[in-house]
Ligand binder design. Structure first.
Ligand code: NAG
Ligand code: NAG
Ligand code: NAG
Ligand code: NAG
Ligand code: NAG
Ligand code: NAG
Ligand code: NAG
Ligand code: NAG
Length: 671
């Protein structure tokens, strides 16, 4: 008679002539096995033969007797069984002791010992023919007393633990290579075992394979043996397992058995899952993961420190005690670095003898600024210089480019100015400019610069000599107001005191003759430069220009003077102005330019007077009534020219000051 196996609920149908007995457990939920020792079912249907307890054994037996023979003296029927197991150990390389599939006359194997006895036998019963026990052991400890081959073997045991046949755990792949692929029983991985007894040929085959690998054709162990004298007519089948001194869990996930025929294959996808993190996995985390984590942590710390030091060095500044009083005028280099996007070339506004000027946006208040990088080698006089910078930073006038502050690094000084969107005036004047300024705009710029210079000379608490008034140092703000900038050369002294001798600095063509003679910068020397500036703006030419055709120098003031003496001063005006100009204003500016360029300082007007002339507050005197003479004008110029002939070419063409180490003259402090 035939019967059907239920997949979910294992069934047994015992018949009177019950040759064809079988059962299948795809997991052990609601299974009725007979357990003893420390064996138990987990809630998700695993058969857990041993829990984490030392020196204990556990048994699980199919609860009913199974007929293995027709008669007591008859031969044993063929049978086959398969099961999936896993051994999860506390340590990755140590476990104990193993699992055995057992065919035994009793369900519980009373009197059997744990550890190396695997819960199968005891010292006295081991090896005795009266046991009637057939077992297949999956042994994870090498017990020399039983002649074990190693600590990871599979053996066929008959009545005793000395295996009749054994082999290191592994399997032969179906490629005919006959090469054993090792398996580690205690790896925690699931593996499947097939045990088959051929009752006709009297042969036992044991096969092992990794989980989900189909049963290999070549068995791991094959032993010819008639089991008739060992297996009784009626026997129990089940598992035995034992622990030693190492905590290990032995699991069976699924099991099927059949008498007389091929056992049914387990449905592997239905088997219960092993507990996620076994003790073994945790130990893997500890032994491999922890050092890894520590090493990467150390690496992270080291690279963090390196990054921090690099960053520190990158943004390092020099701050000395005396600088603390300057408080808000001192900028953080990091802020300037961020503002200028790391001093990118894209942000470069200009470059010259002084250094490079970058556009930037301050990170904290989004203020647009111009940052000038000046290199300085000398430490001498830096304190005075910075005090002066800070003083200049306190100047407030609508026609001055506001100096917001500074920052100091090793060998480098950074000056922070208000950003002037329209750039410097000179680019609107010379060399066929793309955009030129109308007379109205130029006149506004002139009046603005005059007012700014007047403020420096007379209206502030100290006298400030700019020392470098020229078109390229006049910047245009958003409304095209002229603003005097670049106080890099400026000198301060108290009202009523005499300015001290200093290195002669400034730009050729703007230097008053007495300045180069005495080395003293005074408000009158600034007026002289302002005169050159007036002529520049009105004529659209530089104070000294080299005629490309004749390579002769044209001195602007001489030329304007010659026009004036011919009686047509307006001939000197910038042709780019066209007809849109006010003749009286142009005339006034040109004549004022000549007057300011007078070689006698006393003959020059003060900035107060200049402002008054420009505003029309006082009438401009007839030039002839002033002792203006050609010789007086040119004399001064020639002298200035001769003294600086050496540096002529480098200074005149650039909008910046002379190429001699300006920073050094700035910082020398010899005032
Ligand atoms: C192991 O199982 C036994 C019997 O079921 C139980 O008494 C013991 O507490 C269990 N130990 C652990 C660690 O689970
Ligand atoms: C479980 O097996 C025992 C024998 O060990 C039997 O007495 C009992 O009736 C079985 N229970 C079920 C539900 O099959
Ligand atoms: C057992 O008995 C049946 C008849 O009852 C017979 O067909 C079968 O071959 C016998 N099996 C063995 C192994 O003797
Ligand atoms: C079984 O064999 C034994 C001897 O090997 C014999 O004494 C016994 O009578 C036999 N039993 C049967 C039922 O044939
Ligand atoms: C050994 O096991 C047998 C049963 O297999 C039992 O009868 C005997 O008492 C045990 N001996 C000891 C010393 O536990
Ligand atoms: C142990 O096994 C080897 C071969 O596997 C065999 O030569 C030897 O005799 C065995 N020793 C005992 C004590 O069984
Ligand atoms: C497999 O195991 C055997 C016996 O332990 C060993 O000699 C052999 O080197 C192992 N092979 C591999 C590939 O690990
Ligand atoms: C195995 O079980 C899955 C899900 O329970 C089922 O879909 C599948 O058909 C089963 N496979 C076999 C061969 O019974």
């Amino acid at each position: 008679m035939w019967f059907r196996f239920s997949i979910l609920l294992p069934l047994l149908i015992t018949l009177a002539a019950a040759e064809d007995v079988g059962f299948i457990y795809n997991g052990f939920r609601s299974a009725n096995l007979s357990l003893d020792g420390i064996a138990e079912f987990t809630s998700n249907g695993l058969l857990k033969l041993t829990n984490e307890t030392r020196q204990q054994s556990g048994h699980a037996f199919y609860p009913y007797l199974i007929n293995f023979k027709n008669t007591t003296n008859g031969s044993v029927f063929s049978f086959s069984t398969t099961f999936v197991f896993a051994i999860v150990s506390q340590y990755p390389s140590l476990s104990g002791h193993g699992i055995a599939f057992v065919v035994a006359p009793t369900r519980g194997l009373p009197g059997a010992l744990p550890s190396q006895y695997l819960g199968l036998f005891n010292e006295s019963s081991n090896g005795k023919g009266t046991n009637h026990v057939f077992a297949v052991e999956l042994d994870t400890i090498q017990s020399t007393e039983f002649n074990d081959t190693n600590d990871n073997h599979v053996g066929i045991d008959i009545n005793g633990l000395k295996s009749d046949k054994s082999s290191p755990a592994g399997y032969y792949e179906d490629d005919g290579s006959r090469k054993l692929k090792n398996l580690t029983l205690i790896s925690g991985q699931r593996m499947q075992v097939w045990v088959e007894y051929d009752g006709v040929n009297k042969r036992i085959d044991v096969t092992l394979a990794p989980f989900k690998v189909p049963k290999p054709k070549t068995p791991l162990l094959s032993l010819s043996r008639d089991l008739s004298s060992i297996v009784n007519r009626e026997m129990y089948v089940g598992f035995s397992s034992a622990t030693g001194s190492v905590l290990a869990s032995h699991y069976v996930l699924g099991w099927s058995f059949k008498i007389n025929g091929q056992t049914q294959e387990l449905n592997l996808s239905q088997l219960p899952k092993l507990p996620r993190i076994g003790p073994k996995k945790r130990s893997k985390v500890l032994t491999i993961g922890l050092p890894l984590i520590l090493v990467s942590l150390a690496l992270a710390v080291v690279s963090g420190v390196v990054f921090f030091i690099r960053r520190k060095r990158k943004f390092a500044e020099i701050v000395e005690d005396w600088e603390l009083e300057f408080g808000p005028h001192r900028f953080k280099f990091k802020d300037l670095y961020v503002a200028t996007k790391g001093f990118k070339d894209k942000e470069l506004l200009g470059a010259g003898g002084f250094g490079r000027v970058y556009r930037g946006v301050l990170p904290n208040n989004k203020l647009e600024v111009a940052v000038k990088r000046v290199s300085h080698e000398s430490r001498q006089g830096i304190k005075e210089f910075i005090a002066e910078i800070v003083s200049i930073g306190r100047l407030r006038h609508r026609n001055l480019v506001q100096l917001l502050g500074y920052c100091r690094r090793k060998g480098e000084l950074l000056l922070v100015y208000d950003y002037m969107p329209n750039g410097s005036l000179d680019k609107y004047l010379y060399d066929q400019p793309e955009v030129t300024l109308s007379w109205k705009q130029r006149f506004k710029v002139i009046k603005g610069v005059a007012s700014g210079l007047f403020y420096l000379h007379g209206e502030w608490e100290q006298v400030v000599i700019h020392r470098d008034v020229k078109a390229s140092n006049v910047l245009l703000d958003g409304e095209l107001n002229g603003r005097l900038g670049d106080f890099g050369l400026a000198r301060l002294y108290d009202h009523g005191t005499d300015p001290q001798t200093t290195h002669v600095v400034g730009t050729l063509g703007y230097l008053a003759p007495e300045h180069t003679r005495t080395g003293k910068a005074t408000p009158r020397t600034d007026v002289f430069a302002f005169g050159a500036f007036l002529l520049e703006v009105a004529c659209g030419r530089r104070p000294i220009e080299t005629q490309s055709s004749t390579s002769e120098d044209v001195i602007l003031v001489d030329w304007v003077y010659s026009c004036w003496s011919k009686g047509d001063i307006l001939e000197a005006k910038d042709p780019n102005l066209g007809s849109d100009y006010v003749a009286e204003e142009v005339g006034l500016v040109l004549k004022l330019g000549l007057l300011c360029s007078h070689s006698e300082p006393e003959a020059r007007p003060t900035m107060r007077q200049v402002v008054q002339f420009l505003e029309g507050d006082i009438p401009f005197p007839e030039l002839s009534s002033l002792s203006l003479s050609s010789s007086g004008l040119t004399f001064g110029h020639r002298e200035g020219f001769d003294d600086f002939a050496m540096s002529y070419s480098s200074s005149i063409c650039k909008g910046f000051t002379q190429s001699t180490s300006v920073a050094e003259s700035l910082l020398s402090g010899g005032r």
